[in-house]
Design a binder for this molecule. Structure first.
Ligand code: WT7
Length: 683
């Protein structure tokens, strides 16, 4: 399946220097390891297993699973019977066994230039132990779910690792989500405590996070689920102000007058006062391999987000291994992943993967365009970043400003560049490779999902000759296939559904509280396979090219949104009878949201309504789901059975007149009307 030799033509190769030191220096070596990883996974993973500390070793099979719904329940178990603790492995082991206590774990760089902090592995361990004791003092126990809603600060890492240390399950909600979304996630995972912060700045915009968190908790109460414990970090307000150590008092609002920090002494607790009292010694709670580690919500095509569940040992091995090989990690690296920890990229490649390797990372709170569009490259030079990982949407955004803001900085420390989140268009790829990396740094285009836990299709920087826009070949242990609509595996050059034939250690284990949905979403369409929901093409050289989602999902700036979720927010407005949402290609965001709304009888479309609809979607889901276009559509194209034909709406949104086969359309006269009323400019 993987060619013996990579093609010699139409590809780009890594430099000789990089190959000399690389963990996997050649394509032949990759192939050899790949075959081993698939044929004898146990042997392949043994090197990683022995690197970690196990309170108890596993006794059964390395991987035990059923991927076939016709044969019973779907399950994946990795190293059953073993017991360990991931927090112990990423911190204590580094500090005590590997003597890396003084090594920098994070260079934290705030939103404002000059706002910075350096945290060593020893300090991180100390903070995590203290906070783990705080959680224990609040009654949090192994298996309890804790919701975390925080900006990009070191304390977010502290909070997640403290949960892991005591076997509690973290459920991080991206701080850009609305109160409604946070409430929905808290209730779904039945969390017992919320950790948040007073507020933060995104560029020059102030976010009153505590205010939103409070709204979410109130919404929970309204739905008869009450969480009456909230720990708030003072991020914008000064640590020592308004808080007598040991007391739980509201913070002083000195730093920013517009900051609103509602405070309910019955519920709210101050992070700093709790930490002040806590001991910095905390024995980890030993967990079984398959104990839950975290829940992370991702959009689902029916609208309700799915709580993707990952477990301890497999996720630990997989994030450690992918980080090491895909970024070709070496101890003198300074690594920077620009994602938010609220997404899976941040979980796997800011927290767990890098820390498992003892790596030094940059943790950046701000935006690529603030205070100006050189910020990223300034940070690269400041910390001498050698491995840099970002999203195509950020690359396209910066590309618009040309090469000058990049070239203001030297960037000579850079060795490897990575991208993730959506297919990268060759133009952006070339700009990244030529301008940012000066043709010196291989680009690793990493395809994966919240569900896969870590990279599944990706080049290895020194070994895999690159083709711009291709995620190339599978990572170790991953066996992809391309299926046609009837579920037949296609050989050679072909295009169809991307599926995986067997599990790898990092794959999700279930949808939290809904095994049924887990099986239906990923395993039902093609029994025996994990279905990614992405389309894929294999070229004559065996390279895989991800072509994008084939379900009702949109990818806006590298984040998945379901059309159903946005539609159900729109129809909550009393004037809207029906809504259909599709993606329209966008030069920076990848896709933008194009919404068709059918109004109730007697209602006229106007700008006030448009503004209300935009606001409604932001409130229901969050700013990432804000509609870019709203079109008044008195009727929608439907089949005779009443199903909306989104395929046609997509063409209308992007003004493509060639509609293909429209024979199943119930009333073809709606098409002209829709084209006539198209929005050509964003709202
Ligand atoms: C979906 C998963 C994995 C972290 C970020 C997104 C798309 C992701 C690539 C890539 C083409 C990609 C897919 C996938 N995607 N990376 N390198 N090339 N498409 O996580 O929110 O779970 O989204 O993002 O469509 O299914 P997510």
């Amino acid at each position: 399946m993987i060619p013996d030799k990579a093609p010699g033509e139409d590809v780009l190769h890594a430099s000789g220097d990089l190959k000399k030191e690389a963990h996997v220096p050649t394509f032949e070596k990759y192939k050899e390891l790949y075959v081993k990883s698939v044929e004898s996974p146990e042997e392949f993973w043994a090197d990683f297993i022995k690197d970690f500390f196990w309170k108890k070793k596993y006794n059964g099979k390395f991987l035990d699973y059923n991927f076939d719904v016709t044969k019973g329940e779907i399950y994946v178990k990795c190293m059953e019977g073993a017991s360990t603790n991931i927090c112990y492995n990423v911190l204590d082991r580094n500090v005590h066994d590997r003597k890396l206590g003084d090594r920098v774990a994070f260079y934290w760089e705030g939103n404002e230039p000059g706002d910075q902090k350096t945290v060593s592995y020893r300090e991180l361990l100390q903070q995590v132990c203290k906070f783990a004791n705080v959680l224990k003092s609040q009654g949090v126990k192994k298996g309890d779910r804790v919701s975390i809603y925080m900006p990009m600060v070191v304390e977010l890492v502290v909070a997640m690792l403290a949960c892991a240390r005591i076997g509690a399950v973290h459920s991080i909600v991206f701080a850009g989500f609305s109160a409604e979304s946070l409430c929905e996630r808290i209730i779904d995972s039945r969390c017992c405590l919320l950790i948040t912060a007073d507020g933060f700045y995104r560029g020059d915009k102030l976010i009153n996070l505590k205010l939103i968190a409070d709204e979410a908790l109130q919404k929970c109460r309204d739905k008869s689920f009450s969480v009456e414990k909230c720990i708030m970090l003072k991020h914008l307000t000064k640590e020592d102000e308004g808080t007598t150590p040991g007391s739980l008092s509201p913070p002083a609002k000195r730093a920013c007058p517009d900051l609103q920090v509602p405070w309910n002494p019955e519920v709210d607790m101050c992070w700093h006062s709790l930490m002040y009292e806590a001991s910095d010694e905390c024995e980890p709670v030993w967990c079984d391999s398959e104990d839950p580690l975290f829940i992370l919500y991702t959009s689902g095509s029916t609208g309700k987000p799915k709580g993707v569940l990952h477990t301890v040992s497999g996720y630990m091995l997989y994030t450690a291994a992918t980080f090491k090989f895909v970024f070709d990690y070496h101890p003198d690296d300074v690594y920077w992943c620009t994602a938010d920890i609220g997404w899976i990229t941040g979980h796997s490649y800011i927290t767990y993967g890098p820390l498992a390797n003892g790596a030094t990372s940059v943790l950046f709170e701000g935006l690529p365009t603030y205070p100006d569009v050189s910020r990223m490259w300034e940070i690269v030079d400041k910390y001498q970043v050698s491995k840099f990982y970002t999203a195509p949407t950020a690359i396209r955004l910066l590309m618009k400003y040309g090469s000058e803001p990049v070239q203001k900085y030297k960037r000579d420390s850079l060795k490897i560049l990575g991208t993730v989140g959506e297919p990268i268009n060759p133009e952006a790829w070339h700009w990244y490779y030529n301008v940012v990396g000066e043709k010196r740094c291989p680009v690793v285009d990493t395809f994966w999902q919240t569900e896969t836990g870590g990279h599944v299709m990706t080049p290895l920087p020194a070994a895999t000759p690159m083709k711009p826009g291709s995620a190339t070949f599978p990572f170790f242990g991953v066996v992809p296939a391309i299926l046609n609509e009837s579920g037949e595996e296609l050989e050679g050059p072909s295009e169809g559904y991307l599926v995986f034939k067997q599990p790898w250690p990092g794959v999700m284990r279930t949808v939290y509280g809904n095994q049924q949905r887990f099986e239906t979403t990923y395993f039902k369409k093609f029994p025996g396979y994990y279905v990614t929901g992405d389309g894929c093409r294999r070229d004559k050289d065996g390279y895989y090219w991800i072509t994008g989602r084939i379900d009702d999902m949109l990818n806006v700036s590298g984040h998945l949104l379901s059309t159903a979720e946005v539609e159900s927010a729109l129809v909550e407005h009393e004037s809207v009878a029906e809504a259909a949402v599709v993606g329209r290609p966008h030069p920076v965001k990848g896709e933008s949201l194009y919404c068709f709304v059918t109004l109730s009888d007697g209602i006229n479309y106007n700008q006030k309504l448009e503004a209300e609809l935009k606001k409604l979607v932001r409130e229901k889901i969050g700013a990432i789901a804000t509609p870019d276009y709203i079109q008044n559509a008195p009727s929608l194209p439907k089949t005779r059975s009443g199903k909306i034909m989104r395929r046609i709406l997509r063409k209308i949104a992007s003004n493509e007149r060639d509609l293909g086969d429209v024979s199943t359309l119930a009333d073809s006269s709606v098409i002209d009307q829709l084209f006539e009323n198209r929005c050509s400019t964003a709202v």
